[in-house]
Design a protein around this ligand. Structure first.
Ligand code: FAD
Length: 343
């Protein structure tokens, strides 16, 4: 018997389980497909902030979560002995024209207030950097808030950390204690079927891994492509965003186009061989925000879903507010993140 049962061993389920374990209760995670079998088993791993302007609950929540990430992942690494590949190395983005330069400078001022002195958003000259995207104005945006981790390795490290601290990660088992459903697209599909209208859906994404080592360099965001150097000497790039797809797991010419855009934007990647292609389906709620709180279908149980494109960035804070709710009845969930926002 466990005090908490978490259904689903993706980044949301594992993170919620880890936070609950940290509060001293017994936890089991049940997933017939194992850790990282869904959207979380990918390769990209950009923990990238929203732009520092037009502040709202979602941006504030994500900012808190990004600030929590370093300690969160250090704790996971300590307990598991495995690296999740986390490092806060920042990000560079090209500035295409004068309008974008003005906007970047306005956002630099916004970051000084909204990021509370904990990270910078600044405009810098590109000419001194070897690892950078091409930038028509000669200027780059550099932020120091963006971090990276390796999604698949992060899930493996979390699962190992949970086990090392006495939790269980199982393929099957009986529900016991408080139950949290973190089953990604499967649950959004079930909610949509039950309501008879779209509550959430899957959005397919494809990413690739290149053999290019830049493990201490910042990630790049150019021509809407995330380019993320990893600790293991590879560089991941992604992603496509597809609402209509036949096969959730295959890659195709849409990924070739993403790879081509990355190579065009970053000269250092032009000849780097592709060593892996990967596709997964992101859980997107109708409101596009995470769905956290009381489960709309399973009375007395909970839901943690809707990570969509930033599930890894949101996970530390999602885990914290879910543990507060499930274990202490303390509800710190922003109104826009409640299930009702998408029902
Ligand atoms: C190509 C791509 C690139 C991405 N890039 C980034 C990025 O750079 N940064 C970022 O932060 N996010 C990124 N994301 C988004 C991120 O991967 C998702 O937000 C996140 O993985 C969602 O996690 P989850 O735990 O909610 O869902 P999932 O990882 O899908 O986990 C759900 C789990 O539930 C299990 N399950 C299903 N039904 C049941 C059941 N009945 N009982 C028990 N278990 C069940 C499944 O096996 C699965 O393991 C990307 C996604 C994709 C596809």
């Amino acid at each position: 018997m466990a005090d908490v049962t978490v259904m689903g061993a993706g980044i949301f389920g594992l993170s919620v389980a880890w936070a609950c374990l940290g509060r001293g209760v017994s936890v089991q995670v049940i997933d017939p497909h194992g850790p990282g079998a869904g959207a979380s088993g990918g390769v990209v791993g950009a923990l990238a902030p929203h732009v520092p302007e037009n502040w709202n609950d979602k941006k504030a929540f994500q900012f808190d979560s990004l600030m929590m990430a370093e300690d969160f992942w250090a704790g996971v690494q300590d307990a598991s002995g495995l690296s999740p590949g986390y490092a806060r190395l920042g990000r560079l983005q090209p500035v295409p024209d004068d309008h974008a330069l003005d906007l970047a400078q306005t956002r630099a001022a916004g970051a000084r207030t909204l990021w509370q002195g904990q990270a910078d958003w600044e405009v810098i000259r590109a000419d001194t950097l070897d690892w950078a995207p091409l930038t028509p104005t000669g200027w780059l945006i550099r932020d120091t808030l963006t971090a990276r981790l390796h999604p698949r390795l992060a899930c493996a490290a979390l699962a190992a950390a949970i086990t090392a601290r006495g939790g269980k990660v199982l393929a099957e088992g009986a529900l016991s204690g408080s139950v949290v459903w973190a089953t990604g697209v499967a649950d959004l599909d079930a909610l949509t079927a039950h309501r008879g209208r779209m509550v959430g859906n899957g959005v397919k994404g494809q990413g690739a891994v290149l053999a290019h080592a830049a493990p201490d360099q910042p990630q790049l965001f150019a021509d809407t492509v995330h380019i993320v150097p990893h600790e293991d000497g590879t560089t991941a790039i992604g992603s496509t965003s597809e609402r209509d797809y036949d096969d959730p797991a295959t890659t195709d010419e849409q990924l070739h186009a993403v790879i081509a855009r990355a190579r065009a934007a970053v000269p250092a990647l032009r000849d780097a061989p592709v060593i892996e292609r990967w596709a997964g389906v992101r859980p997107r709620t109708r409101s596009r925000a995470p769905m956290l709180g009381a489960h709309p279908l399973h009375e007395g149980q909970f839901i943690a879903n809707g990570g969509f494109k930033i599930g890894f960035g949101m996970a530390p804070k999602v885990a914290q507010v879910m543990a507060d709710l499930v274990l202490d009845g303390v509800d710190g969930i922003p109104p826009d993140f409640r299930p009702e926002a998408s029902l």
